[in-house]
Structure formats: C-alpha cells, structure tokens
Design a protein around this ligand. Structure first.
Ligand SMILES: C[S@@+](CC[C@H](N)C(=O)[O-])C[C@H]1O[C@@H](n2cnc3c(N)ncnc32)[C@H](O)[C@@H]1O
Length: 326
C-alpha cells in the first residue's frame, strides 16, 4: 500500500527530471549532479537527490563513480526521442494538473469537473486562455500519438476509404501517420480555430497536397462529405449528450457506405489492472467524460444513428471502435 501511495511522488520526480531536460544532457556521456547542476542552474545536492530517486525506479542509472547515465526509461524523456514522453511528463507536473487531481473528491461527490470549480473555465477554455499550458498540452497529446498513431495505422485497413476527417485531431500527428502509410487517402484536420493556428508547420507539413484544414466547434458542425470520420481521445472527453450530438453530425456528414472510427480505451469489466481505469478518473476531473465499455459504446452509437461493427485492438492501449450507419 505504501508503494501505491508514493505513486504521485514518483510521477512528480519524473516530471521534474523531464522539465529540467536531464535526459537530453546526459544522452551521450554520463554526468555527475555537480556538472549538470552548473549547466542548468540547480542546487547540486537537491539535483543529486532527484536523480538518485528516479534511478531507483529505473529512470537513469547511477554508476560507482557517482555519474548518472541514460537507461531505456530515461531515454524516452529526451525531446527528440521517437516516441518521446517528455511533454506528457512535463504536463503531469503543471500546477493546473496537480490542482485538478487534488479536487478528485469534489469530482466524485458532485460528478462535476474540477477546473470549472478552480479556474471558472472548463479544461479546453482554460488551455485557450493560457497559451503556454495549451502548447504543453498539445505537445503531450502529440507524444501519445507517437505511440498510438502507428498502432492505429497498423491495425486498420484504410484501403476502401478515400477521404477521412480527423475530428479534434490536435496538431495532426495521427492524421499525418495515416496519410503517410496510405498514399491514396486525402485527409482533413478539424480543430478549434486557435489550435488550427498551431498546426500548419506541424506533422502534416509533408502531406499538404493531400490534406486540408478546417476549424470550428465540433458540437456545432463538422466538415461533411467524408468516407470516414476518425476521432482519437475525443469521445472519452465528454458525457453522452454532447457525444451523441457530435456523432449525429458525423452521421449526417458521412458519405454513403462510410465509417466511424472511434479510437479510445475500451474498458473490460472486472478487477484486472488497466491504465484506462485511471485515465477514466482523469476524464472525470478534467473534461467530465469517461472511458466506456463495449456495451456503452454500442448504446452511444445507436443513439446517434450508428451501428457498432467491430472493436479492433491495437498494439497500444487504445482500440478502434468501428461503426457504420445504422
Ligand atoms: C484529448 S485531446 C485529443 C487530441 C487528438 N485527437 C489526439 O489524440 O492527440 C482533445 C482535443 O479536442 C479538441 N477540442 C475540444 N473541444 C473542441 C470543440 N468544441 N471543437 C473542436 N475541437 C475541440 C481540443 O483542442 C483537443 O485537441
């Protein structure tokens, strides 16, 4: 139980290591805390204690000479690693994130999201009002897409699809990965206007001739006339009512014979450990959504005019929940 209870300390230490950029600095040569401290402007003893702690969970390794070297776990905290989890780690240490988690009891008692209570704005409005946090958030989402983008592109056969819209596709890495592996496909990235601004020099840049950008509020309208709508980590952000609205808009916009591809964790009933059960709590705290079971996806889709056809597992934690017009 004590090990579980210090989980937040472990995550906090890793987040701090990422924030300080230590994995970038020791990539080729092991370094002591003293050397690193003068490089980054830190207290040498405090930095040593930080690295000793993370090395105890395999994130860095301390040698007999007191120098720290890279491990496979610390290597994914490099800025240019593929995949990199540096931004995702940094996001976990931001004040808004910590304050959100500190309000879990409030969320459980009320069923309401935390950021409205703390900052008077929901998470996406908060990120819009705080562009530095927004940038970290979108970089963190891109980190995750380095893992689940290739997993989705490998698991699904896009051969029968000619045009695809990525709804709320962030900075576009999932769509870029799909376009790169499917030269016959044209794609549209749909996002909120201030997010689209940040995407044009992003992952889609090499695919500009097969890609367009559209901006708006997905609960008001979505681009119409596509063979498929894909949305990763979107349905889990929201309660049923707005999801049904969004899925109905996709149902109205989809070409005849088209598909809906929802990429999210699918929760298995029972006591088995799954990271999705904890991400589900994150969905309770921040955007007031939830991770869903197959049964819940089936009912949600039916309410919006879609019929669930298949759940396709991927090499990552997410599955592709496929549907066709009912
Ligand atoms: C959890 S992120 C997922 C991003 C991306 N699909 C991915 O997997 O990396 C949720 C995304 O929804 C977008 N979003 C939130 N509300 C929206 C709205 N009303 N209309 C369009 N996009 C929205 C946010 O800007 C954010 O990029």
């Amino acid at each position: 139980m004590l090990q579980l209870l210090i989980g937040p300390h472990v995550a906090g230490a890793i987040s701090c290591l990422a924030q300080l950029g230590i994995s970038d600095l020791i990539d080729t040569v092991p370094k002591s805390a003293d050397e690193l401290a003068s490089q980054i402007g830190a207290n040498p003893q405090a930095l040593y204690r930080l690295m000793r702690a993370t090395a105890s969970v395999g994130v860095l390794s301390e040698g007999p000479d007191g120098k720290f070297s890279q491990t496979p776990m610390s290597a994914v905290l490099r800025s240019n690693a593929t995949p990199s989890l540096r931004s995702f780690a940094i996001m976990g240490g931001r004040e808004w994130h910590g304050r959100g988690w500190s309000h879990l009891e409030y969320c459980v008692r009320t069923g309401k999201q935390a950021l409205d209570q703390i900052y008077g704005a929901d998470v996406f409005e908060f990120l819009k009002q705080h562009p530095e946090e927004g940038q970290i958030f979108h970089n963190a989402m891109t980190d995750l897409s380095m893992i689940d983008g290739p997993a989705v592109a490998d698991a699904y056969n896009f051969a029968g699809i000619r045009s695809i819209v990525d709804i709320a596709g962030g900075h576009g890495l999932l769509l870029a990965t799909i376009l790169q592996r499917n030269p016959h496909l044209r794609g549209t990235l749909y996002e909120m206007p201030h997010v689209i601004e940040g995407t044009k020099n992003g992952p889609l840049k090499p695919h500009m001739e097969r890609c367009s950008f559209a901006s708006g509020d997905m609960f008001s309208s979505v681009p119409s006339g596509a063979d498929a709508y894909i949305m990763k980590h979107i349905i889990h952000d929201w309660p049923d009512e707005p999801c049904i609205k969004l899925l109905k808009a996709c149902r109205n916009g989809v070409n005849s014979g088209g598909k809906l591809l929802v990429v999210d964790a699918v929760i298995q009933p029972g006591n088995d450990f799954s990271p999705g059960k904890f991400l589900d709590l994150q969905m309770l705290i921040f955007p007031s959504g939830c991770e869903r079971t197959e049964k819940q996806f089936r009912a949600l889709f039916a309410a919006a005019g879609w019929q669930l056809t298949r759940i396709i597992p991927t090499a990552a934690a997410d599955s592709i929940v496929e549907a066709v017009p009912a």
